[in-house]
Design a protein around this ligand. Structure first.
Ligand SMILES: [Zn+2]
Length: 94
């Protein structure tokens, strides 16, 4: 018996493991099979809210607890395919 694994898919799976971070990643999209460089989008994640809550409870003035929302480094990173807009991976800080 001969089991065929789609070459594109297995390659994508390998890339997806730990390869996604802050920067766009070059990969083959599993949906549209184009060789793409992922489009990164920063979204407020768990860590952003924790940081916000932490600052708030430390007695900072109210406005300061909104500062973490300005820091992209604290945010989750969403990788999408620029060609078909499929979400390829989400890199979470936690
Ligand atoms: Zn695609």
């Amino acid at each position: 018996m001969n089991i065929q694994v789609p070459v594109g898919m297995s390659h994508c799976t390998l890339v997806a493991i730990g390869a996604f971070g802050d920067s766009p990643v070059q990969m083959t999209c599993p949906n549209c099979h184009h060789a793409v460089v992922t489009k990164v989008e920063f979204t407020s994640g768990v860590l952003t809210y924790l940081f916000c809550g932490g600052l708030f409870f430390c007695g900072f003035v109210l406005g300061c607890c909104l500062i973490p929302f300005c820091f992209d480094r604290l945010k989750d990173v969403k990788h999408t395919c620029p060609s078909c807009k499929t979400v390829l991976a989400v890199y979470k800080r936690l």
